[in-house]
Design a protein around this ligand. Structure first.
Ligand code: SAM
Length: 292
């Protein structure tokens, strides 16, 4: 087996050889701990027949471990300075392919069709760039890709919000958006010392397992998300206040909003953070006819 990329000595040697300087603006914090990488990959439960999609391979630390434990790896990397490095570090792994593209602009569906033909199990596994974690996760979920789920490293604070349950201080529209599509779990807390350079924030690994059907069935998905975002616009305000202030022409429609809350059996004085996904679904369906 080849020498791991993710050791402090080998990583430093690679970076020095290419004169690579980290770009903070691209969220470049590379992992230098093989043990942590292996545990991340364990949580993805890959088999020799799985396809793995990676976002931001860096110098290939995680890509290498994925290549050893899956059929094929497709990695999207925005920074073209990393391409010659990856060409060298991943040369022992012909089952890897790097695409020099911004994941937010990439046609991932098409890439899956082209690169993973015949593979039925596809996972996204990544140590995400922290400046864009939420847009990346939302894109992967909203694009309705044929993936089993996502295992990714991100800021602990965002992981806490994603996995939060109703009634907790971290529960909000992000928890709802992600739990609408997936079962969300925090599976690891990761110390800063396993990165170069070390990030300023604490990190965690989450596993998002896609649900066969969305967690709740609603008349309009986009209106459901509009209602949930509106309900958390000002956390200390009641659901009635937030909805009247945030929904289009909400102030003129206060009576209808009150009517919908009554029909949904939700006290107007409650705060958004106390409502479950089911309650938001009922409320959004009751409000929907008034906002057509
Ligand atoms: N996977 C490597 C590791 O674990 O050591 C590097 C992870 S580093 C936190 C994030 C990586 O994402 C960097 O290589 C960075 O250049 C890349 N990146 C940043 N923004 C990106 C984007 N929009 N699309 C694709 N890659 C991106």
């Amino acid at each position: 087996m080849d020498k791991d990329i993710a050791t402090p000595i080998r990583t430093r040697a690679i970076l020095e050889k290419y004169g690579f300087s980290f770009k903070k603006s691209l969220g470049q914090n590379f992992l230098i701990d093989t043990n942590i990488l292996n545990r991340i990959v364990d949580h993805a439960e890959l088999t020799a027949e799985s396809g793995a999609i990676e976002i931001g391979p860096g110098i290939g630390a995680l890509t290498e471990q994925l290549a050893r434990r899956s059929k094929r790896v497709l990695a999207f990397e925005i920074d073209q300075r990393l391409l010659p490095i990856l060409e060298e570090t991943l040369s022992p792994y012909p089952n890897t392919k790097v695409i020099n593209e911004d994941i937010l602009k990439a046609d991932v569906q098409k890439a899956i069709e082209e690169e993973f033909a015949g593979l039925s199990d596809i996972m996204v596994v990544a140590n995400l760039p922290y400046y864009v974690t939420t847009p990346i996760i939302m894109k992967l979920l909203e694009d309705q890709l044929p993936i089993r789920g996502i295992v990714c490293m991100l800021q602990k604070e965002v992981a806490d919000r994603i996995a939060a349950k109703p009634g907790s201080k971290n529960y909000g529209s992000l928890s709802i958006a992600i739990q609408y599509y997936t079962k969300a779990e925090t599976v690891m807390i990761v110390p800063k010392t396993v990165f170069v350079p070390q990030p300023n924030v604490d990190s965690a690994v989450i596993r998002l397992t896609k649900l066969e059907e969305p967690a709740v069935i609603v008349k309009s998905e986009s209106f459901f998300f509009q209602v949930t975002r509106a309900s958390f616009a000002q956390r200390r305000k009641t659901i009635l206040n937030n909805l009247t202030n945030q929904l289009p022409n909400g102030k003129q429609r206060k009576e209808q909003i009150l009517e919908a809350l009554t029909e949904a059996a939700i006290e107007p004085g409650r705060r958004g953070e106390t409502l479950s996904l089911d309650e938001f679904a009922i409320l959004s369906d009751k409000l929907y006819p008034y906002f057509q």
